[in-house]
Design a protein around this ligand. Structure first.
Ligand code: FEO
Length: 394
């Protein structure tokens, strides 16, 4: 598929993908592994696809080019979803130089134990393809140490690898041809679940790229849709998302054994809405909900509540898992509180509060504990706690 002039998409649409990074990330809409072929006077291939599709990748590539005629291979990122077909490709062209960052050399060697003709590049290095150049831009920790972008002069195309991507399969491949709400939702979910820990670096890198004053007509990420209509819209969104992003939303995450903590969650939600009709309140039973969808909602929230009954002096495992996930992502500028019911020892609520404080949330108190299932008085106590939360989180 032609993208612009002599640039072709030669990737793979993976309609079946439902879990990514092992089982870590849900991909309800599948994904794509975008590889790009640039056929100028010199021929460059930018990234490959995941290894299960390596044979199919080479077969398709050969429809566009005799692989023996490829002059340069560019590896923007060593993670297997982009480099998985590299060993297969390099078995046909073992002497073709591979351009990547110095960390890319380490990662690719670590993955494949091959001593290809690596050419480490730094920001600003150029590779001439004849009339046009590829300009390399290191992008460490967006989202691996080896990550980089490259930019094709004259066509003004930025190949951004994982940045600006989405796990979103579509035959249409361009941002203006797909459902805009789905596209936004997948781009946000991708950012929330993958790039949140690196937000400070995202902001810095975007400022650096904008500072280069390179005209950008098309942004070609390595997953999902290519941004050709108003491509800078995704850059502007990333700037927003990287800077303590929050909407007027409070998300309540809980798990429950015999419904007591669920009843608490629902009454706290009622209290919040009683005080603030404008705030979006969303509830997720984390034992039954998709973890990554819930994380996307946390990302959008100004504050969160996490609830669990006490079991074995601790919290339910689904809550423990969510707390770890939230801590790892390093959310900043968000408020939090905890709640839960108990029968005798009742440690869960304070443990959640402490965990949330350690994870960088602003926590105002030790949370709300209710003995046994909430009766009418305890339900009212939850409503009052919700009212207090609405004011504290405003
Ligand atoms: Fe799409 Fe970091 O790999």
């Amino acid at each position: 598929m032609q993208i612009k002039n002599n640039v072709y998409w030669v990737g793979k649409i993976d309609w079946e993908l439902r879990k990514f990074h092992g089982n870590e990330l849900s991909t309800h809409r599948g994904s794509t592994y975008n590889s790009y072929l640039v056929k100028e006077e010199k021929i460059a291939l930018i990234d490959t696809v995941w290894s299960p599709f390596k044979k199919e990748f080479i077969r398709n590539l050969e429809k566009h080019v005799d692989v023996q005629k490829i002059d340069y291979v560019i590896a923007n990122h060593a993670e297997s979803d982009h480099s998985g077909a590299l060993p297969e490709l390099m078995s046909y062209i073992p002497d073709v130089p591979v351009y990547c960052t110095a960390n890319g050399v380490k990662s690719l060697k670590g993955h494949y134990h091959e001593d290809w003709d690596f050419h480490p590049v730094k920001t600003g290095d150029r590779l001439s393809l004849g009339d046009k150049d590829l300009v390399f831009i290191e992008a460490p920790m967006l989202h691996w140490p080896d990550s980089m972008f490259c930019y094709l002069t004259k066509d003004n195309m930025l190949f951004s690898n994982d940045a600006f991507g989405q796990h979103y399969a579509s035959e249409y491949m361009f941002n203006d041809l797909v459902n805009q709400a789905d596209l936004y939702s997948e781009a946000l979910k991708y950012y929330a679940n993958i790039l949140t820990p690196f937000s400070a670096l995202v902001d810095k890198k975007i400022k650096e790229i904008l500072g280069l004053k390179l005209p950008v007509d098309i942004i070609c990420p390595s997953h999902g849709m290519i941004w050709r209509k108003n491509p800078l819209q995704i850059v502007e969104l990333y700037q927003k998302w990287a800077n303590l992003y929050k909407e007027n939303q409070i998300t309540i995450l809980y798990d429950t054994m015999w419904d007591g903590t669920r009843v608490m969650a629902e009454h706290i939600a009622k209290g919040i809405i009683d005080v603030d009709k404008a705030v979006q309140v969303k509830l997720f039973n984390v034992g039954k909900s998709d973890k990554n969808d819930a994380i996307a909602e946390v990302f959008k929230s100004k504050g969160i509540l996490i609830g669990s009954p006490t079991i074995n002096r601790g919290v339910l495992t689904a809550v423990a898992s969510m707390l770890e996930e939230i801590k790892g992502l390093g959310f900043k500028g968000k408020k939090a509180a905890s709640f839960g019911c108990y029968g005798w020892s009742g440690e869960s609520v304070k443990q959640i509060s402490d965990h949330l404080k350690n994870a960088g949330f602003t926590v105002f108190d030790d949370g709300l504990k209710v003995l046994w299932n909430p009766d009418d008085q305890a339900r009212q106590q939850c409503v009052e706690y919700g009212k207090k939360i609405a004011k504290q989180f405003s």
